[in-house]
Design a protein around this ligand. Sequence first.
Ligand code: K7E
Ligand code: CUA
Length: 673
Amino acid sequence: MKFNYFKTYVVLIMTLACLVSMQSCKPKTAQSAASGDASKSFVAPGKYDEFYNIVSGGFNGQVAVYGIPSGRLFRIIPVFSQSPESGYGFSEETKPMLNTSHGFVPWDDQHHIALSQTKGEHDGRWAFANGNNTPRIARIDLTTFRTSEILEIPNSAGNHASPFITENSEYVVAATRFSIPLDDQNGDVPINTYKQNFKGSISFISIDPASGEMNIAFQIRTPGVNFDLSRAGKGKSHGWFFFSCYNSEKANTLLEQNASAKDKDFVLAVNWKKAEEYVKAGKAKKQAVKYAHNVYNENTHTATSTIKTEIVILDPADCPDMMYMIPCPKSPHGTDVDPTGEYIVASGKLAASIPVFSFTKLQKAIADKAFDGEYDGITVIKYEAALHGEVVKPGLGPLHTEFDGKGNAYTSMFLSSEIVKWRLSDLQVLDRVPTYYAIGHLSVPGGPTAKPHGKYMIAYNKMTKDRYLPTGPELTQSAQLYDISGEKMKLILDFPTTGEPHYAEAIPAALIQSKQRKIYKIEENTHAYVSMGEGKAKVERNGNQVHVWMTAIRSHLTPDNIEGIKVGDEVYFHVTNLEQDWDVPHGFAIKGANNAEILIMPGETQSLKWVADRTGIFPFYCTDFCSALHQEMSGYLRVSPAGSNVALHFSTGTNKPAVTADTVKTSGGISKN
Ligand code: K7E
Ligand code: CUA
């Protein structure tokens, strides 16, 4: 099929008009939006949802968990953010999770989710999530819905094409959005030396099959383009990865024009099995870099952060046949692989059509040497030689494509605010529905796997003007649920989301539900400051640091009277929750704390640092309504002047007479009921 330049031009003008106004074009059919069969999304009170929907939070740095089809919000998981609700990123134990080579970075921009797979299907073990801004990948454990690990990515800036996973969770990949001088080069160069000095990189991060732990197996150095998105091959294309890239112009200013100058950019096809061979053959060179690897240990209940200093990197010049560039109109965004692994759908967000590449044809093109020169030393495949065909006039601003496992694809159209359903075999458009408005990603449960559950589709929208009750200058983003079980897509539910949703995956509840961790066994708690029972509660001073070994059980804290703290002391409350029942967290908060509360799960120990800044009495209390006597679950801490001789003293349930330094050195009285 030939490119129609005139049509392209007309569509481009329309596209640019939308872009310039920074708005998507509202669908003309907006008025019909009120209809929809809401009963299909109804989950009766007391009944469970069919799917967990794990949704990126965009600029809030978190991940949210919803039920599908109800749209119920179950949990917000702090990942690249501090959470005043749980103490994540505030407690002494979890602060190391947010450590990077730049120090403590408590925010990121979270766009993509990848669920672990076995044989091309979801296995319900882990969710991976990217941080764009300070390049990182996190692993969330789906038995605890907590962040277990965060790995920083060196040689990267804007970790956008990430994380995308292979069909047996061999790797998650991370390709850089911004090319930059590599980390071991002198980066102090004029910005307009972009073409000489700026390089891209792709990281292949291995996943330990048992623990899930991530490790940068190798990187590939690439031309200085911008990588946008990616998908692993599967089935017949297992062993390959496909990355969309834009800014093949290598512009370093006014990208909205200068990175849109060329008619085509590329999809980079990487043969990662071949890359593995090159690494084994010793072709990868060591490079000195600096990146943090943070791991949370469920026995010590503590994260450790390790700064690593080396990776190995492949130079494509040393690795023939490892990767190829496929020309692709025009500033492609999503690149998605269908369930069979045969079709690679690249959505040129400024293009008039959607090119669909064929893996079989790509292999043939390579065998036949159907090449079209080189780009920065990388062989370019002839566009037509790899092309299965183009979806003609799909809509404006195609971004992302998901699949239903029945031979159909669903592409989100940002500018024309719609989803277009089309057939993979003959590329015919079958149906289109409006979204409200400006859809980014979309998700079919199991959509990126070899076996999608083609029943629902969820759209994630950037704008909701006129759609919900307004809330001042900032309006909510939203998700919309469509029934795709029939020929026509049907809107069945709208619900607001937290943060800005980008990608999301949905997974059958049955894969996760029964595996939930209910408690941490207290006998397995090896935290350095655990109190194994109330009798072990104590307070110790070490210079101006005071450590409080505290326990929490319905409905008291031990100790609950603490004296002998002095202005300037740093007090560490190490609170062990002695409960061994499901869903009985206790919280801990103290007046004047500069950080947050901590919320401690049964069997867990967490620590809050607090500095005594003035004399007085400081109440502390449990923040989680844990029993009828929750309001009684509290205590007092007395702060004396810096030079005071009030001795350190602690108790629960005993009202000893006032003590002085002469009578008590370090003592405690724990009442036994
Ligand atoms: Cu399209 Cu960052 Cu995946 Cu958002 S990206 S929409
Ligand atoms: Cu413990 Cu409220």
